[in-house]
Design a protein around this ligand. Sequence first.
Ligand code: 2AM
Length: 222
Amino acid sequence: GPLEEMTLPLYFGWFLVSAVQDNVRCTAMDFLKTLDTLEVFKKHLNEFTGKAEKEVDLEQYFKAKGTLHCTTKFCDYGKANGAKEYAEKQAVTDFYGSAFELSLSALFVTPRTVGARVSLTEEQLLLWPDDAEKEAESVVPAAASLPLGSRAHVTLGCAEGVEAVQTGFDLLEILALQQAGQQGEVAEEMELGTLAYFGEGRWLLSLREPMRIPAFFSSFYG
Ligand code: 2AM
């Protein structure tokens, strides 16, 4: 009946401890503030605005999307493929409510989304669905050939009208380019790390020091 169907959440994931959410948000905001002042960014500004020489305030351009988390499995209250199987996985039931440390290893920006790449440990990969990358294949054809966990990220903001699910696709696109041998054009050495440009408005800041963030594995019902 309807009650049974409601027992599965909208999604499972790691939820950043609220005390560090502001930290991560501030780091991202500082990055955006710096990015849109860089000459190398301005040179490619039309990829964001559609027009040459217009200014863009990236902090306004991206809208926040609620509580910061790294989705492991989008269940859509049970309607998504494999939702029930995921919820019943041994690791999922064992680790439900447990504390983890997430490693945020890069920040990325595209005309659609801004996010943080999460580099998962072997233990964290136990909670990662086997088909998370393959599921993105229709959007990012090379996704299925990327290592497990490649899609792991925290959505930090989306452009007007863009859904959060896009953030993972944007990350996979950049990683697929890297896998194909494109290391991106080194654009700037920043305090936080090295900024590389991958064309079509795609920017990746590899952090010198990954951010280690406490997070709880849990679920969100909405
Ligand atoms: P996100 O993981 O990129 O932030 C609620 O919409 C949450 O589920 C968001 O965090 C969103 O994206 C994620 N989400 C929505 N649809 C999804 C899908 N089809 N596959 C994976 N994650 C999805």
